[in-house]
Design a protein around this ligand. Structure first.
Ligand code: ZN
Length: 149
């Protein structure tokens, strides 16, 4: 399977059966993300466990297939990670989505997330795919609103 086919099948799978969609009452962190270029709007909710890693994470909102799939993938990727690990992950994923070069070791760290590199071939969708990652960063920084603009 080519990377492009894999990209399509992963995006479709997460779009059709989104993981971790919903809300968390009294989350430790929460932010609203907005991508006016496409009309994507989402919320992220994060709760930490006592050991300082993500115990629960949810996303909710409306967006295009790429944004929804990327949100679903994002929530699966941050579970049981520390805040610092999430910031590092977001930084790499954002570069990957934009088509910026990553070292082989950085790609190893990303594992299955490397399929998101497929988005870089569709510049109009880059902001859609980036939105959930920007939103969780903003939430963990204690801010309330993220925008791709
Ligand atoms: Zn979109």
């Amino acid at each position: 399977m080519s990377l492009e086919d894999l990209y399509r099948s992963v995006i479709l799978d997460h779009y059709r059966s989104a993981r971790n969609k919903g809300t968390i009452e009294n989350p430790d962190f929460h932010a609203i993300g907005d991508n006016p270029a496409c009309g994507d709007q989402l919320e992220v909710f994060i709760s930490f466990s006592k050991d300082g890693t993500v115990g629960d994470v949810k996303w909710n909102g409306e967006g295009c297939a790429i944004c929804c799939a990327s949100s679903s993938i994002m929530t699966e990727s941050v579970k049981e990670k520390s805040k610092q690990q999430i910031f590092e992950l977001c930084e790499k994923v954002k570069r990957l989505i934009k088509g910026e070069p990553l070292d082989p070791s950085e790609k190893d760290d990303l594992g299955e997330l490397v399929v998101l590199e497929g988005v870089s071939k569709f510049p109009v969708r880059v902001k859609c795919a980036t939105l959930p990652w920007v939103s969780i960063e903003i939430a963990l920084q204690g801010k309330k609103e993220a925008s791709t603009e």
